[in-house]
Each structure stands twice: as structure tokens, then as C-alpha cells.
Design a protein. Sequence first.
Length: 256
Amino acid sequence: MSHHDLFDLSGRTALVTGSSRGIGRALALGLTECGATVAVHGTKASKALDETLAAARKLSPQSCAVIGDLGSSAAATKVVTDAIAALGKLDILIANASMQIRKPWASVTQDEAEQQMQVNFHATLRMIHAAAPGMQARKWGRILTIGSVQQARPHPDMIVYAASKAAQENMVRNLAKQLGPDSITVNNLAPGVILTDRNTEVLADETYAERVRQIIPLRSFGESTDCVGAALLLCSDAGRYITGVDLLVDGGMGLP
């Protein structure tokens, strides 16, 4: 098998949550470029989701969209079952959708904490519950969670978000051992400061932006496309012998 073939995802199916924009959109389109049929996902119907699906279908005409608010445990399961119903099977699950509430730690309410944990941790577990049996039956699967550099460098105004991402990464290591015998890899990709809609407003403050740049060894912010290569490695046969890893795409920001 050539090195090019190792990244070939022809015949594979994937669900990428939170893929109407940002990193999720880049990952979904990256998978279709390598031949996968993809279910893109959004919390609700939107122009952005329609645009992502249209872009995916240019390369993968059978790609589809699924909708569901991962703030609900029932919706998390349904998003996976809907994707399986549309695609026929699910080989690759990328849990990218997340909720991030920025505020001083002492003012975080119980409801805000629970909402973030639901979307960022509990929904991921529910989706894996729904996706794993089919992967186990076929003896092939790729599960990739999208974490954050905040696992290593928690932001003072995102205490629950950071903790939820650390919990998710711990779950990845746990499940990698349990699902490995069925040839299913489970990994975490942890982006650093990526220029997505979520970060645009705060980084518009050039004084703050420069302060952040100074703690990134590469002295620059990342783009959503910077995450694609790492994801393709971990979701293809090229990464078949990699499991339980936390791969930082952060310009070195997470270094001690």
C-alpha cells in the first residue's frame, strides 16, 4: 500500500459534529477530499450548514446533514442514529461541537456549568455509545474528540470549558484501551488559538492578541485548516497504530 493509499477514505463514512463552520467544517471537507462520505452536523438548520453540505457534496455527492442540539442527551444519541440511517454505517466519529462560556470563575452558575459539561463531555460519551457497536461488529473504527490546549493551560475565564476538555481527554485514554481489541482507535486532537468565529472578537483587541502571541512559541495563531492534516492521520489507515494520544495542534502553546 502506497503512502497515498494510507490516507484514502473511499468507502468510509463519517460524522463530524459542529461542522457548519470553523474547525468542524474544515475537518468535514478534509474527509471528503480523501474520499469519505460525511454527515455534517449543526444544532439547527442554517445557511452555514447548507453551505458546508453543498461544499461536501461537490466531492462526495452522498454526504448529508443531521441536526440536533447536543445539550440534550437524547439528541446526542439521535444525531448518531440519524447519521447511520442516512449513510448506512458509521466508520468515523469526530466529536467537535462544544460549548464555551467565558466569565470569571466565581460567577459561573450551576446551570452554565452543567450545560458545558453536557455538550463537551456527556454528549461525546453518548455518541460513542451509539457509534461503537457498529464499529466493533466491522472491526474498524476511528473516534476522534476535539479537545483544547486548555487541557494543559486552562484559561482563568473558562474554568468549566477547560475542565470538560480535560475530562474528555481522560475518557479517550480510557476507551482507547477498551476499544483497541476491536481495531478501533480513540484519540484526541487539541487545537490551540485558532482563528475561528469564536475567537475573532476577543482577538480583535490587538493588545490582548499580542499578549497571547507571546505565549505561543510559533508566535502566530492557527487556521482551521491547520487541524486537518492531524485529523486525517488519526482517522485513516495511516494512523492505524496510533491510539489514546492527545495530539496538540497549538504552535507549542501547551508546552510547560
